[in-house]
Design a binder for this molecule. Structure first.
Ligand code: CTP
Length: 292
């Protein structure tokens, strides 16, 4: 070993030892070592253990509100683990889901912000399940949207996590929900047979039909029948939804197009297969007029 490399090795060892010493010595007090800014100190501590966050949900008829929730949850920590609620638990707490467990799993796994998925998760965070999340899955926080999530007995599904100080909230995306999508489907069926105009307009008042227009609901904006999308597609957000990369100079580009209406597990699968045919997948989505 020459002099320079041995010197730098020893120098390196000294620096590492100091850093470790400083870390171990000060970690107990939670303060940064002298001369080290709080920001850098947090980064060093983070390197030691990634912040793991847990979000659960039904993710029935998965839509962009769910994706936006997962995006925000992932931004709270370094690793996002998602618990997909079992069919039986959904039936017991809010009625039967449209999409079964295995399809909901495919959809959640396909989202780029999701690091791990737990199947058959419970609907409510119980003491036992929370212990499992902390001890077995090494979770730091449990996350849910800022809408109230009540159990059939009227209690808060996240009360235990809140009490333990391990609950964090993200902003729910208004204007989109599984219930609203079902309503839009009913509206489509009704539009094809417009004989009953009274029922048609009453349905229209209840569901958004995908348009961002205000309906006269007295401004109540209920959880399941939200009307106006408040999702603000800023360029920064749109970039987060994209994969930020174009095709390379010699890329084999594959093109697929479709309506991708009510995006489901079959769409995820065909996009996966299409992507495997080349190096870059370009997806065309038909506009509403073309589909009509
Ligand atoms: N979520 C959201 N915005 C929406 C819908 C859901 O942020 N428009 C969030 C919820 O707050 C929750 C997660 O997505 O943290 C999973 O929601 P889920 O359990 O699937 O059920 P709902 O909240 O009932 O969603 P939906 O009404 O669309 O079925």
């Amino acid at each position: 070993m020459n002099k320079i490399s041995s010197t730098s090795l020893i120098g390196g060892a000294v620096v590492v030892a100091m850093a470790v010493g400083l870390y171990l010595g000060v970690a107990k007090r939670g303060l940064p070592p002298e001369g080290l800014g709080m920001g850098l100190w947090r980064k060093i501590k983070r390197k030691k253990k990634p912040l793991r966050v847990y979000m659960d949900g039904c993710f029935d008829m998965m839509h962009y509100g769910h994706c936006n929730a997962l995006r925000q949850a992932r931004a709270v920590g370094d690793q996002l683990v998602v618990g997909v609620v079992s069919d039986a638990e959904i039936i017991a707490n809010k009625g039967p889901p449209v999409t079964p467990m295995h399809e909901r799993m495919i959809m959640v796994k396909a989202v780029k912000w999701v690091d791990e998925v737990i199947s058959d998760a419970p609907y409510a965070i119980t003491e036992d399940f929370m212990k499992k999340l902390f001890d077995e899955y090494k979770m730091d926080y449990i996350i849910h949207g800022d809408d109230p999530c009540v159990l059939p007995d009227g209690t808060d599904a996240y009360a235990v996590a809140k009490k333990a100080g391990r609950f964090k909230q993200i902003k729910r995306t208004e204007g989109i929900s599984s219930t609203d999508i079902v309503g839009r489907m009913l509206l489509c069926v009704r539009e094809r047979s417009v004989s009953d105009s009274h029922n048609h307009s009453s349905l229209q008042r209840q569901f958004s039909h995908g348009h961002s227009q205000k309906f006269e609901d007295g401004g109540s904006g209920s959880r399941s029948g939200t009307r106006v999308s408040h999702f603000l597609p800023t360029s920064r957000r749109i970039v987060q939804f994209s994969n930020r990369k174009g095709p390379g100079p010699n890329a084999h580009i594959v093109y697929i197009d479709g309506a991708f209406d009510l995006f489901h597990a079959g769409h995820v699968e065909i996009l996966r297969v299409a992507r495997e045919l080349g190096d870059f997948l370009l997806v065309g989505t038909h506009n509403d007029q073309t589909i009509r």
